[in-house]
Design a protein around this ligand. Structure first.
Ligand SMILES: Nc1ncnc2c1ncn2[C@@H]1O[C@H](COP(=O)(O)OP(=O)(O)OP(=O)(O)O)[C@@H](O)[C@H]1O
Ligand SMILES: [Mg+2]
Length: 408
């Protein structure tokens, strides 16, 4: 099916806009516009009938808002990838679109290169989803919590780590998990800071069960046990595996048990995100090996940079591929003379992304037990998290495709 065209549906309530977008796409012969439509309701109907790979959706439809339409459409046609178009790049709208399962977000009028690139990227994702649907089914747990039957997922394990404590690992892990969790991709957040885990505090949940209830059964896990132990985050539907209730219980969890739990979770969830402590326990070392991606946090100070260097040597001696590391600068602050470029130089590795220093937003969010990405008035730091989520998606998705090509 190599010469199969990319089937695109254009949804906008202004006829002129529909036409001009259609004209833009004429230049790419691999794209076929299979329909243009003016109301969200008709668009959902048409998507169900014509099964496009990609839908270009205006945010302001007269009968239904584009975000609600996205959500409804993905329920009917699970592989469809929606690109939202909006006149302004409002952070609030972008975030809502992402959580509703939209794949991309472009401002109007779209730049033709950007649009075509976004369509191709979305098409890759749609194909991947279609392939998954064709594979043998396994039992899974739906975001709503009930056991369902659906195609096998080979989810990705993402570990957030910093060799220095207090760097912002839990802040990042919780906000990233909430951002990546959508109708398109389900996420489980594992509190791997086993002794003094505080993920449930950050998310305002009270754990009844924890990883201590899974570890002894690591060899005989099934979706029902997992479902029973995971917490359903009330605000977002994110699933959480809580740390042990008392610190002394953490020692009982072996590296092998921890990895078996991660391996089982990755069959049920698209993304398994691990919050970690800097202290290198047996489970953390085992998870470094199991992870597909390690988000390595550092800050603009000498002790943190030194610890990161020591950790990099350790990575080498553990034979962990450096390719898996994604360097992120936490609490990034322009006032500090050690610039991100200098940090990159010192580490001999490029810092790919920054999370701004914003103590007010972070502390308020933690004290309320509400991730700041959910704040109705998003601050610039929210964009940092969304950029990171985007980067992670593109790294891990292109990886899946290469694996698929090798297997095939
Ligand atoms: N981007 C940020 N800007 C300003 N302050 C931040 C930021 N991220 C985290 N903090 C602050 O840093 C402190 C540590 O944050 P957090 O608990 O997320 O770090 P951690 O790496 O998980 O720490 P631990 O090693 O204790 O697990 C908190 O006081 C938090 O408010
Ligand atoms: Mg922490």
């Amino acid at each position: 099916m190599q010469d199969e065209k990319i089937r695109v549906l254009i949804v906008d309530n202004i006829a002129d806009t529909r036409e001009s977008i259609q004209k833009l796409l004429l230049f790419d012969k691999s794209i076929e516009v299979i329909g243009t439509i003016g109301t969200a309701k008709d668009a959902i109907q048409m998507a169900t009938e014509k099964q496009p790979h990609v839908v270009l959706m205006d945010i302001n439809m007269s009968d239904m808002d584009g975000i609600a339409a996205t959500e409804a459409m993905r329920k009917k046609v699970p592989f469809v990838q929606v690109i939202i178009l909006s006149v302004n790049d409002d952070l609030n709208i972008m975030r809502r679109a992402m959580m509703a399962g939209a794949r991309d977000f472009l401002t109007k009028p779209p730049d033709v290169d950007q649009l075509v690139e976004a369509i191709h990227r979305s098409h890759d994702l749609a194909k991947e989803e279609i392939n998954k649907m064709g594979t043998v089914g396994v039992a899974g747990v739906s975001p709503a919590g009930d056991t369902i039957y659906r195609s096998a997922i080979f989810g990705k394990v993402i570990m957030i780590y910093s060799p220095k404590g207090g760097t912002g690992v839990t802040t990042l892990a919780t906000n990233l998990a909430v951002t990546l969790n959508s109708t398109a991709t389900n996420v489980v957040l594992v509190d791997g800071s086993l002794q003094f885990g505080d993920v449930t505090v950050f998310l305002n949940e009270q754990p009844r069960l924890s990883i201590a209830d899974l570890a002894p059964r690591a060899d005989e896990l099934d979706p029902e046990i997992i479902n029973e132990v995971l917490i359903n985050h009330a605000q977002t539907g994110l699933r959480i595996l809580a740390a042990v209730p008392r610190p002394e219980m953490a020692d009982k969890i072996t590296g092998q048990q921890f990895v078996k739990i991660l391996q089982f979770l990755r069959r049920l969830y698209h993304f398994v995100i691990i919050d970690t402590s800097s202290y290198l326990t047996e489970p953390i070392i085992a998870a470094l090996d199991e992870a597909d991606l390690i988000v390595l946090l550092t800050t603009q100070d000498i002790p943190a940079i030194r610890d990161t260097k020591i950790f990099l040597n350790l990575v080498e001696s553990f034979n962990i591929s450096k390719e898996k590391l994604l360097f992120v600068l936490s609490k990034s602050d322009k006032r500090i003379p050690i610039t991100p470029e200098k940090v990159s130089e010192a580490l001999k590795n490029e810092v790919k992304l920054e999370i701004l220093f914003d103590d007010r937003t972070v502390i308020n969010s933690v004290n309320r037990g509400m991730p700041f990405v959910l704040d109705p008035k998003p601050q610039p730091i929210v964009r940092n998290i969304m950029d990171l989520a985007d980067t992670i998606r593109s790294i891990l998705i292109s990886e899946t495709q290469t694996e698929g090509e090798i297997r095939g």
